[in-house]
Design a protein around this ligand. Structure first.
Ligand SMILES: C[S@@+](CC[C@H](N)C(=O)[O-])C[C@H]1O[C@@H](n2cnc3c(N)ncnc32)[C@H](O)[C@@H]1O
Length: 373
């Protein structure tokens, strides 16, 4: 018998596809305006059936909706939007037929948006083809986005993600049922899971992890170590009930893409009441598990030596926070004289002018130097 989650779009899955939508909206906007990219490739490798029995829309429809919205909200700039070619895959060919029917019934795709392709192939075969074709993305001025949403972890490995990302022109959003993985890890580990975990956490032992949060943290660190310093990795956790936590992993090599993902994540978190709260000198999330370490980390970062706005920007994004969060901390420190801020020319910068932003980072423009008082 099918599980309810396989028939109806449940609220945790809604949160997942919502994040996919919010991110894609931002991603498509930046790439369309970068004056460089000629084509965007979007792959949904486990796309499901598109529409659930309760009417909920799955990933393929939401992806197409974002592309359609981009065209309809920018009629004047439509001709500047590069083609966005979509590819939807699911092993189950009946699901692919359902997706095709829903796309037609809802008029979600027009040929001038780009091409649309469908396949019913095992993910593993498709992946090998993608890795080969992605090697040419840079020379063809193309970008790719890959959504990987399996029911089970056994399809996934860290080295596959690394191979997909290798060209530096690819972003990946991966959904993993971390709660089940953590439970298995605690109670004797199946081989496929052992292989997945031990590739990312070489010192993993059968003793398992303290809790699902430390498991997710270790997996994230493992992905980061495997991919290397020029890649960014972040997670978005969705708690279905007190004992069930799912996790989206996001991978990119592009710092602005990463910032956009963080913006999407923080928007959703804030709506759900788990977002940013800054009171006095204390930063905390409402949720116990998400105790906000930004202020403490910034102190550590600045303690060793003075840092420029360019360094503080990268540090902030790397830690999963946004420039506006760091600005709040810096404003508070400035008001309480806990920090001194100089410009490289020796002049005193305007109050609250911190220059923590991508535009300064991109041009390596040092405008401010921060040191703890
Ligand atoms: C979690 S569902 C995808 C849900 C979908 N992304 C959505 O938003 O509605 C996972 C899908 O993977 C498909 N699947 C299972 N094994 C697969 C494989 N080896 N290759 C490709 N697809 C597979 C299943 O048929 C199922 O539709």
């Amino acid at each position: 018998m099918k599980k309810d989650s396989q028939i109806n779009l449940l609220s945790h899955s809604q949160a997942k596809v919502r994040l996919l939508s919010e991110y894609l909206k931002r991603y498509l906007n930046i790439i369309s305006n970068d004056n460089h990219t000629k084509e965007i490739q979007v792959y949904d490798l486990f796309c499901g059936e598109g529409i659930y029995e309760n009417g909920g829309e799955g990933s393929p429809l939401l992806i197409l909706r974002q592309i359609k919205d981009m065209h309809f909200t920018n009629p004047a700039n439509r001709r500047l939007i590069p083609p966005v070619n979509c590819h939807f895959n699911d092993l189950d060919s009946r699901k692919i037929e359902k997706v095709k029917a829903a796309v037609a019934a809802k008029s979600l795709h027009y040929p001038d948006f780009g091409s649309i392709g469908y396949s019913s192939t095992d993910y593993q075969c498709l992946l090998d083809q993608l890795v080969k074709s992605f090697a040419n993305l840079r020379s063809q001025k193309q970008k790719a986005f890959v959504f990987i949403d399996p029911y089970q972890y056994r399809h996934i490995s860290g080295s596959q993600i690394a191979a997909l990302m290798a060209s530096g022109c690819v972003e990946v959003l991966l959904w993993l049922p971390t709660q089940f993985m953590y439970r298995f890890a605690k109670n004797g580990t199946p081989e496929a899971l052992y292989d997945f975990i031990s590739e990312l956490i070489p010192d993993f032992s059968d003793q398992g992890f303290d809790d699902v949060w430390s498991f997710i943290k270790k997996i994230k660190e493992g992905f980061h170590a495997l991919l290397g310093e020029s890649f960014f990795v972040d997670t978005f956790t969705i708690q279905k009930d007190p004992s069930t936590v799912f996790c989206l992993f996001f991978f990119t090599s592009h710092i602005l893409g990463f910032q956009k993902m963080l913006e999407a994540k923080w928007d959703i978190d804030t709506e759900q009441g788990k977002g940013w709260h800054y009171q006095e000198n204390q930063l905390s999330f409402l949720s116990h598990y998400k105790t906000n370490p930004l202020e403490a980390d910034l102190v550590e970062f600045l303690r060793t030596k003075p840092r420029s706005n360019v360094e503080v920007y990268r540090f902030t994004i790397n830690r999963g926070f946004l420039p506006k969060h760091t600005n709040e901390v810096l404003r508070n420190w400035q008001n309480t004289q806990r920090i001194s801020i100089a410009s490289p020319t020796g002049t005193k910068p305007r109050k609250s002018a911190f220059y923590i932003a991508y535009e300064y980072y991109r041009q390596n423009q040092v405008k401010t130097i921060f040191s703890l008082s």
